[in-house]
Structures are given as structure tokens and as C-alpha cells.
Design a binder for this molecule. Structure first.
Ligand SMILES: [Fe+2]
Ligand SMILES: [Fe+2]
Length: 281
């Protein structure tokens, strides 16, 4: 349907962010400016009530493990961190545009679930970049969004007709020339997210290929994706089976008890994620 060159051009277009509002685009330029103060960013966000309320909703949602309520944009930015705030604004803006398409709210719930689970794994193994893996989890399937934007008919067919899906995402390559990991990695690198966010997006379905530098982050997001999918909140993904799951756990040096704890936690949160995910979009 698309050749990889044609689809790559569309992705380049999307990376210029025409899909999101001019305010969001200007906000990202400001966030890229190393000289700008937090107060200046907060004031800019406050000028757009939609943007401000979206950030506050997420900061106060059960998807972020903080106690107490934040009442101002400034507090929300401090609580979430600038990089996560940027990721949340970007993802919610993109998802919001395609929310009417079948399967999209499931993909959103899946992304939130993978983000929460990635954070829990990060905490369990005491990794020093917990917020980064939580953000990578939120963004890990962002490469699927352009499919819904540019080829909604094909995606409707794909979600109805499981036959065209192959476990290794070959169907995405056949339809679009690029699979969702390649698309996602291209997007986040032009949006200037760092390698620790980009690599889990690029390799989460194929962690054996992950570069050594960001390997732990890739393994965390992969494991989170597997746990979430294994308990019924997947989105056209690939299950690696018990052996693959244990390989991830072993490489992360987690114990079996930690894995069981993680699974129990997810089962406990699953209904809440299903019910509440739509309200923060
Ligand atoms: Fe994926
Ligand atoms: Fe996924």
C-alpha cells in the first residue's frame, strides 16, 4: 500500500508536528531552549487551558504514583519532570486526534499499563532511570499512531481480521514499509527524545538486538509489554511465551518472587487502568 520511502516521507512530515496544535509546537520549542525558566514554561502552558488541564489531570491521576494533589501547572511540571511532561503532552495530543478509531483506546490503556509496569520493574531492580523507563513505556507503541492517521481503513481491517497480523510485525512492514518500532524510533529522534527513550521504542519487540548501552531500559519495557499483554491488555503485539519471559527476567536479574509480585500488582491495577485510562486523554 505504501512503499517504505512513501511512508518515511509521511513520518518526516509528522515529525514536523503539523498534527498537534501550534501552541504545543511552540511549547516544545520553549522546552528545547536551555535558557528558559520553569516559570516561563508554566506561564506559557497556563495560557492554554486545554493543555494546562490535561497536564494536571495526568499529574493527579492514579497512573502516577505520588501522594497529594497538585493544583498548579508549575507543581505538575516539578512532579512529572520536564521530559515526562513533554512526552505526556505529545502522546495525549496524538492519541486524542485518533481516539475515535477502533482499537485506539485499547492502545492508550495498553501504553499506560506498560508505563506503570515499567516503572515498577525499574523500582524493583533499583535502576537509576525509573522515570525514563516509565516514559519509554508510555511511548513504546507510538509508532502505531501514524498507521491510524494515514491508513485508518487498513487498521480497521487489521483489528477485525487477526489473520493479517503476524507475530513478528511483518504485516506492518508489508503494509507500510516500516514496522511500528522503526516508525516510533524515527519520530522520537526527530522530537529529540534521548537514546534511553528511543532504544526501548526501537527494540522492545526484539530485545536481543538492543545496543549494550541502553539494554536494561529495553529489557524493562519488553518485560512490561509481555506482562501486560499476557494478562489481556495487549494491542496486536507478540507474546514471547514462558521461555522468553524467563529470559528477560533472568537478564534483568529479577527473582521469581519479584516477577510474581509484578504480575499480582498488574492484575490488581488492570480494572482501574481500563476504567480510568479514557479520562486522562
Ligand atoms: Fe510494540
Ligand atoms: Fe506494546
Amino acid at each position: 500500500m505504501f512503499s517504505s520511502d512513501e511512508f518515511a516521507l509521511l513520518i518526516e512530515d509528522l515529525s514536523l508536528l503539523p498534527a498537534i496544535s501550534p501552541t504545543t509546537r511552540r511549547l516544545f520549542e520553549k522546552m528545547d531552549d536551555p535558557e528558559i525558566s520553569l516559570s516561563a514554561i508554566s506561564s506559557f502552558i497556563e495560557e492554554d487551558p486545554g493543555l494546562a488541564s490535561r497536564l494536571l489531570k495526568v499529574a493527579n491521576s492514579p497512573f502516577y504514583p505520588y501522594s497529594g494533589t497538585v493544583g498548579s501547572v508549575r507543581e505538575a511540571l516539578i512532579r512529572l519532570g520536564l521530559s515526562s511532561s513533554r512526552g505526556i503532552i505529545l502522546t495525549t495530543s496524538l492519541f486524542d486526534r485518533i481516539r475515535g478509531e477502533p482499537g485506539v483506546l485499547d492502545l492508550w490503556a495498553h501504553s499506560l499499563a506498560v508505563s506503570m509496569t515499567s516503572r515498577k520493574i525499574g523500582v524493583a531492580i533499583r535502576c537509576p532511570f525509573v522515570e525514563e523507563v516509565a516514559l519509554a513505556g508510555l511511548l513504546h507503541d507510538i509508532g502505531k499512531i501514524p498507521y491510524y492517521m494515514y491508513a485508518p481503513e487498513q487498521m480497521r481491517k487489521a483489528s477485525r481480521d487477526l489473520d493479517i497480523q503476524t507475530p513478528d510485525c511483518r504485516w506492518e512492514k508489508e503494509l507500510f514499509g516500516l514496522d511500528h518500532m522503526e516508525v516510533g524510533a524515527r519520530l522520537v529522534s526527530t522530537w529529540r527524545f534521548p537514546s534511553i527513550i528511543r532504544q526501548p521504542i526501537r527494540w522492545h519487540e526484539d530485545p536481543a538486538m538492543a545496543p549494550a548501552m541502553e539494554r536494561t531500559a529495553v529489557l524493562i519495557v519488553s518485560l512490561a509489554d509481555q506482562v501486560v499483554q499476557g494478562f489481556g491488555m495487549g494491542h496486536m503485539g507478540n507474546l514471547v511465551g514462558q521461555e522468553g519471559l524467563f529470559r528477560l527476567v533472568e537478564e534483568l536479574q529479577m527473582t521469581e518472587d519479584e516477577l510474581i509480585g509484578l504480575m499480582k500488582d498488574f492484575l490488581f491495577d488492570r480494572e482501574m487502568i481500563r476504567q480510568r485510562s479514557g479520562s486522562v486523554l
